[in-house]
Write a protein that binds this ligand. Structure first.
Ligand code: SF4
Length: 368
């Protein structure tokens, strides 16, 4: 392997990794530019196995998008509708949202993942009641809800600070934050694909995660890739995530999200290739020495790529998901849910060891 790494131009990076020296921006770009994908994957796999061996995590969760009404108009988005009443716009009543959990109360779910559009007219107690109602139905369920973009929007709309919003949501039952809304931190790209006064910028996104970590919440960080961003901008995104993790240690997973071009204003772009997806996950594993998990969100990458990524730095496949809308409205042809048996089968078929986890990566033991 040493000679292969040398001919791939990766010998220096390999030496740094062995010596425990952090990779920098130039290293990250080199990993994106190296022609030999398998050499990059080999390095990432070694880092993955150092941390997790063959262990591969998934969880039994449900996703819920309570409204797709959103005052922002991000080019990247196929999910949002500008106003209530627009074709395809919906907002669940609290009862309808709670019913999604009630209908599954027999399932051994451990998590609800909620993200929404930025609705201009709902009162703040819609969100606090949403959480309280979920906890009334299943007091033990983990509520991973509202992106940093939503938290910033709530703060501006309801005239609170970001911290006040988080404190009120925590009092209502919020347990952690999902990583959505990060897109690409670099201003050049963010301005083009998510240019809206209602959408917080990278600094505020990171600041909200910093505050959340300080309040004892864990969170994830995502990166939307495969549109107009450069290799430098991808690596910059990873380095900004790494820097916050140095400060707080609150990120659990880095989640690359593949861009889907259908039904949005960027539909002329091709979707990222499988090769690119594998490389992004591998480079993330190599750059992010302080974030424990790299997750392949199979809804976005496709099941086969997510499965293959288990040899390219990935140790987590998200979960059963169920009810996903954001990617399916953008043309994802993946199934809307997988059963735990299906997830376990595809992990085993990849030669890895499946482990059900809860949101905080505690292993869930089930009586078989
Ligand atoms: S990406 Fe999020 S903030 Fe932007 S339009 Fe879609 S739902 Fe709204």
């Amino acid at each position: 392997m040493v000679s292969r790494l040398r001919s791939a131009g990766l010998a220096e990076i390999q030496e740094k990794l062995v010596a425990g020296v952090r990779l920098d921006l130039a290293d990250g770009v080199r990993l994106f530019e190296a022609r030999d994908l398998l050499a990059v994957g080999w390095l990432a796999n070694r880092e993955r196995e150092k941390r997790h061996g063959a262990r591969t995590y998934y969880n039994f969760n449900i996703r819920l998008e309570a409204t797709n009404v959103c005052v922002a108009s991000c080019l990247l988005c196929a999910f949002a509708r500008l106003k209530p009443g627009d074709p395809g716009a919906y907002t669940m009543s609290l009862e309808q949202a709670w019913d999604k959990l009630r209908q599954r109360v027999h399932q051994p779910l451990t998590e609800i993942h909620v993200v929404n559009g930025l609705h201009p007219d709902l009162p703040f107690d819609y969100y606090t009641e949403l959480l309280r109602g979920f906890k009334r139905i299943r007091p033990d369920i983990h509520l991973k809800c509202f992106t940093a973009v939503e938290i910033a929007f709530f703060a501006d709309l309801y005239k609170m600070t970001d911290e006040q919003v988080l404190r009120e949501l925590i009092a209502a039952g919020l347990d952690s934050l999902p990583g959505g809304g990060a897109e690409i931190f670099a201003e050049r790209v963010r301005k083009k694909i998510a240019n809206d006064v209602n959408k917080c910028d990278a600094t505020r996104y990171l600041s909200i995660h910093r505050i959340a970590h300080g309040l004892g919440l864990r969170s994830n960080v995502t990166m939307l890739y495969g549109h107009i961003e450069t290799a430098e901008e991808r690596v910059d995104h990873m380095l900004r995530s790494r820097a916050l993790q140095d400060e707080t240690g609150g990120f659990q997973a880095f989640i690359p999200l593949a861009f889907h071009p259908d039904n949005n204003q960027m539909r002329k772009l091709p979707p990222p290739s499988a090769i690119d997806s594998l490389r992004v996950h591998a480079v993330a594993r190599l750059m992010l020495d302080n974030i424990p998990h790299v997750k392949a969100f199979w809804i976005a990458t496709g099941v086969e790529v997510a499965q293959t990524a288990l040899w390219f730095g990935v140790d987590d496949l998200d979960g059963t998901v169920q009810e996903e809308k954001i990617y399916h409205m953008a043309g994802a042809r993946t199934p809307e849910s997988l059963t735990t048996r299906e997830i376990e089968r595809l992990i085993r078929a990849a030669g890895r060891e499946p482990l059900e986890r809860d949101t905080l990566y505690n292993v869930v033991a089930r009586a078989s």
